[in-house]
Design a protein around this ligand. Structure first.
Ligand SMILES: C[S@@+](CC[C@H](N)C(=O)[O-])C[C@H]1O[C@@H](n2cnc3c(N)ncnc32)[C@H](O)[C@@H]1O
Length: 150
């Protein structure tokens, strides 16, 4: 079980870090709680996941892939598990920034090597990367990627 405050803490981080981003794709958003928090902060958010039990938010009930038409200023993912890599790849392909709070890897790597791997992947694909931390328990590191030079 992750820290129950993770959605509001991450939403605060996202709006502070990306004040101009209006349209957000929330990838692997589970029940849509990050969507609710970001929407309450004035963002236009679509969550991609497959949970049928969820909040009343704009929700694309499907897995997120690189083929998804790009209609966002920013991608976010809270503990996106198997979707983590595709967020980084999608951001690079469509030249969008991302902010993710990684959790489990998709390849057996432990937490810190997984964070390094994701950062390297983003840099290889032409994004600048930096890290931050949310004031919560559990997996709290935030990886932020931005198209180089923006
Ligand atoms: C650990 S849960 C986290 C859910 C939520 N973000 C949270 O913090 O409670 C991981 C979620 O990733 C979703 N997921 C995995 N791969 C995905 C993909 N390609 N597209 C969308 N969702 C995906 C799963 O369905 C699951 O809901």
């Amino acid at each position: 079980m992750g820290d129950r405050r993770r959605f509001e803490l991450f939403a605060d981080f996202v709006v502070r870090r990306f004040p101009a981003a209006r349209t957000v794709f929330d990838i692997a958003g589970g029940m849509g709680r990050l969507n609710s928090e970001l929407s309450a902060r004035g963002r236009d958010v679509t969550t991609f996941d497959r949970r049928w039990k969820r909040a009343e938010v704009r929700y694309a009930e499907r897995l997120f892939t690189l083929d998804e038409p790009c209609a966002c200023d920013l991608l976010v993912g809270m503990h996106p598990d198997g979707a983590t890599r595709v967020i980084v790849e999608y951001a690079a392909r469509y030249a969008r920034p991302f902010a993710i709070v990684p959790c489990c890897s998709d390849n057996g790597m432990s937490y810190k090597p997984w964070l390094r791997h994701l950062a390297e992947l983003a840099r290889e694909r032409g994004l600048d990367v930096d890290e931050a931390s949310l004031p919560m328990t559990g997996r709290a590191r935030v990886l932020v990627g931005q198209p180089r030079g923006t």
